[in-house]
Design a protein around this ligand. Structure first.
Ligand code: HEC
Length: 251
């Protein structure tokens, strides 16, 4: 029985390690800071301009952008494109998922909580990992999402990349799955933005996607600190006074 239990405990230890080992794609690190409102505002702008054509963010309202320090007027002027859109509207798209499937082969998923399912690093790598692939209907493929249905919508900024095919020691071309990795891309055609600016823009966008997944996070953390402060400032002296009171007669 003891053996069985120790085996079980060992398995519990090993399983998460195996889950990580499965992840053989290299992911670049995103700098996430959901209190950097300037970064979030830039990211929101990129999101509305470049992503909302296809993807919805059906759990996010435009007026929530006020939390990022934008005024109602600024949101109306810079974020609402359709004349009958209202500031209280959800970030929906007019394209139906059936149309999208016909045009793109896959329906673009809602992105409100995408950062929670994929993680910031994955998104950061994904949005920088598109490369030219003539075998794909869109002409694009991606290092972390093989055969993706999404075209590279930011290519005018980033430019175009291709996968480098390397030969290994025996002179064989390395397997495709190994080649399809961030870091093995070379620039085919320069974009309007240089690499540092493009990376910064994507980072802001990912920051916004993380924020959108949990807009109340900042508030929740602040409340946490207030509660801790309360415990320290009020409860600690109180319990100390109480302890003193109780022990007064003992000595
Ligand atoms: C032309 C329409 C279009 C635009 C514009 C677009 N996407 Fe997509 N996107 C798609 C489609 C279609 C898929 C589904 C791909 C698949 O499943 O093969 C997708 C998939 C994704 C995924 C992967 C979702 C998953 O399955 O985990 C992410 C993340 C994503 N898009 C982010 C973005 C961001 C960020 C932008 C803005 C910079 C953007 N997309 C702009 C069409 C679009």
């Amino acid at each position: 029985m003891k053996k069985l239990i120790s085996k079980f405990l060992l398995a519990l230890l090993v399983v998460p390690v195996m889950a990580f080992a499965n992840e053989d794609v290299h992911l670049d690190k995103a700098q996430v800071n959901t209190r950097d409102y300037e970064s979030l505002q830039r990211g929101a702008k990129t999101f509305v301009n470049y992503c909302l054509n296809c993807h919805s963010a059906g759990y996010m309202r435009y007026n929530r952008l006020q939390d990022l320090g934008l005024t109602e007027q600024q949101i109306k002027e810079n974020f609402l494109f359709s004349p009958d859109a209202k500031i209280g509207d959800l970030m929906k798209v007019s394209m139906t998922s059936k149309d999208a499937k016909e045009w793109l082969g896959a329906a673009p998923p809602d992105l409100t909580v995408i950062a929670r399912s994929r993680g910031a690093d994955w998104l950061y790598t994904y949005l920088r990992g598109f490369y030219r692939d003539d075998s794909r209907p869109t002409g694009w493929n991606n290092t972390v999402f093989d055969k993706v249905g999404m075209p590279h919508v930011l290519y005018e900024l980033q430019g175009e990349q291709q996968v480098e095919i390397k030969k290994n020691a025996e002179g064989h071309e390395e397997k495709e799955v190994k080649l399809v990795k961030a870091g093995t891309l070379t620039s085919l055609k320069d974009g309007k933005a240089n690499t540092a600016d493009y990376d910064q823009m994507v980072n802001d966008l990912v920051n916004y996607l993380v924020y959108m997944g949990e807009p109340a996070q900042n508030k929740r953390e602040t409340i946490g600190y207030v509660v801790l402060l309360f415990l320290i400032l009020v409860l600690v002296p109180l319990s100390y006074a109480l302890k003193k009171e109780y022990w007064k007669d003992v000595h």
